[in-house]
Design a protein around this ligand. Structure first.
Ligand SMILES: Cc1ncc(COP(=O)(O)O)c(C=O)c1O
Length: 458
């Protein structure tokens, strides 16, 4: 095709209303939500870019598959179908269904972790880190240096620093390393892809030291898109084959199917090793459910089986990645500092660069999140010191390495005019940036504070 415009590769059959709100109403709603958009009601939101997780629109194929869901407790047809699809995709024999990604994480990392144990990753996602630390183990991030510089362009900014990885393994002792986790794409690091070359290098180190290698495969199809279009030798390989090659380099994977599984709920754990699989199966039965449904209904497994195939379709992936880039390129051209290059599922705005007058201990990212809601009813999330900041012994903030704001794009949900509206709101953000003030936290829980913390304006 020679046309410039990349159209949505679907027609809309069912529509859901968006509730329009005025700025005056939003001032009130945000105050009631303690300046934390996680606490807003969804009908107070115009464009919801909070997450790409569990927010996908399902296809006619998925909806029709759901009607044939087999709700048997044991040995359901729907399970056998899903198991086949995942085995074929990953190449791993043991598949454990869970209700979402973090349940798979809790089971695997809870089993492997514990006091004195260490996990190494390109970047641990927040639930990954929380599950590891909850077990008493330590989570260490080893991203490449380029990942720390938002404006620096790099084709595979999600890569792991292999030298740091090897040093980490030697320093802590291979016996104490529970696993190396490679998150593709690297969500926390800006939705940036990981190359096959990097995956091979990590795999080789893990084999050398006898360390378990796990892939966090939430966005493995989007990662495959970037490999095909950016890494030499992959130009002619189908996306699915690229993902299969990646899985073949590891010992197992965890996946939240709420992303590239194109479903609203679901996840799984897939493993090569019989012993680890047996131990995890015991935990699965205690907390999730029997082995042939985990935390899922038969109809959920049907939708997931179809979603895991549809996500690798050429037209879908092209539209998906290009539509995220469209938003990123437009606001970047306008002068909004963003993480470069644009990632697969989200655009990350560098709030520290946008609001240089707001110190990091006044959370510039949270300030931007609130501005986007007030100006345009757009909901998104801070990925900075609210999410990852720590306190030292004196109670001073140890800030995160970056102060990003994530605009995550739900799959197959919004059209180009919705995105054009978001771009228009960003012009207002730019015009009023100097008058924006920082935030302070007035209440916070012990773990994962960004979900429920309360804030006020300084
Ligand atoms: C990279 C990564 N890992 C794990 C998870 C956890 O998955 P879930 O939300 O399904 O529990 C997420 C969710 O956003 C994620 O992005």
């Amino acid at each position: 095709m020679h046309h410039q415009v990349i159209i949505e590769p679907f027609k809309i059959k069912t529509v859901e209303p968006i509730y329009m709100t005025t700025e005056e109403e939003r001032i009130c709603f945000l105050e009631q939500a303690h300046y934390n958009p996680f606490l807003l009601h969804s009908d107070q939101v115009l464009i919801d870019l909070l997450t790409d997780s569990g927010t996908s629109a399902m296809s006619t194929r998925q909806w029709s598959a759901m009607m044939s869901g087999d709700e048997s407790y044991a040995g359901a047809r729907s399970w056998l179908k899903l198991e086949r699809v995942i085995q074929e995709l990953t190449g791993y024999p043991h598949i454990l269904p869970t209700h979402q990604g973090r349940a798979a994480e809790r089971i695997l990392y809870g089993y492997l972790g514990g006091k004195g144990k260490v996990f190494l990753s390109n970047t641990h996602f927040d639930t990954t880190r929380a599950n590891i630390e909850f077990s008493g183990a330590t989570a260490i991030d080893c991203p490449i240096e380029e990942a720390h510089h938002p404006s620096l362009d790099h084709p595979f900014k999600g890569n792991m620093d292999v030298v740091k990885l090897e040093t980490g393994i030697k320093q802590h002792g291979a016996n104490n390393i529970s696993a190396v986790i490679l998150t593709v794409t690297n969500n926390t690091g800006g939705g940036q892809p990981v190359s096959m070359e990097n995956t091979e290098a990590i795999s080789a180190r893990c084999r050398k030291y006898g360390v378990l290698f796990i892939i966090d495969a939430c966005r493995v199809a989007e990662n495959a898109y970037f490999i095909k279009h950016r890494e030499k030798g992959y130009e002619n390989k189908p996306y699915k084959q690229i993902a299969q090659e990646m899985f073949s380099l590891a010992d197992g994977c965890v996946m939240s199917a709420k992303k590239d599984g194109l479903v609203n709920i679901g996840g799984f754990l897939a493993l090569q090793d019989n012993q680890i699989s047996d131990a995890c199966t015991n935990l699965l039965i205690i907390t999730e459910g029997f082995t042939t449904y985990g935390g899922l209904a038969g109809r959920d497994m049907e939708a997931m089986a179809v979603g895991l195939e549809e996500v690798f379709e050429e037209d879908y992936l092209k539209y998906r990645i290009r539509s995220t880039q469209y938003l990123g390129e437009k606001i970047s051209d306008m002068g909004i500092p963003i993480m470069l290059p644009v990632g697969g599922h989200a655009v990350y705005v560098d709030s520290k660069a946008l609001y240089p007058h707001i110190p990091v201990d006044q959370y510039p990212g949270q300030a931007l999140v609130c501005e986007l809601y007030l100006k345009g009813g757009i909901r998104c999330v801070e990925v900075g010191s609210v999410m990852f900041g720590r306190q030292d012994e004196q109670g001073q903030l140890i800030p995160a390495s970056m102060e990003l704001v994530r605009l995550a794009i739900p799959r197959r949900v919004y059209t180009q005019s919705h995105v054009d509206y978001v771009i228009e709101v960003f012009q207002e953000i730019l015009d009023t940036k100097n008058s924006v003030r920082g935030m302070r936290i007035t209440h916070e829980p012990k773990l994962l504070r960004h979900f429920s913390a309360h804030f006020e304006r300084i």
